[in-house]
Design a protein. Structure first.
Length: 119
């Protein structure tokens, strides 16, 4: 079983930056891609970014391209989401997830961390 724990959320002004972390424990995540999702109040959860096991392939939702960067440190079993130029609409609960590199579904999910962007 894998446990994912997100951290780094908080309150930030529009235009500011935050770095989220997601630490995995319970087993190694060999051959697992990692993803970030978010859910804004009253909205469905949406895809933010994904990174392959090797880190060589990354994918972003269009609205995050150029502002967000996903990265991972496999030695630490941790994935990061650097968020810059934050906008009010980036407010939400951010979740990390893990799924096999060969699939685009996710088996494991964290509990989420709140990000609030204020004006």
């Amino acid at each position: 079983q894998v446990q994912l724990v997100e951290s780094g959320g908080g309150l930030v002004q529009a235009g500011g930056s935050l770095r989220l972390s997601c630490a995995a424990s319970g087993r190694t995540l060999s051959n697992y891609a990692m993803g970030w999702f978010r859910q804004a109040p009253g909205k469905e959860r949406e895809f933010v970014a994904r990174i392959s096991w090797s880190g060589g392939n990354t994918y972003y939702a269009d609205s995050m391209k150029g502002r967000f960067t996903i990265s991972r440190d496999n030695a630490k079993n941790t994935v990061y989401l650097q968020m810059n130029s934050l906008k009010l609409e980036d407010t939400g609960v951010y979740y990390c997830a893990a799924g096999l590199d060969s699939a685009f579904s996710y088996e494991y999910w964290g509990q989420g961390t709140q990000v609030t962007v204020s004006s």
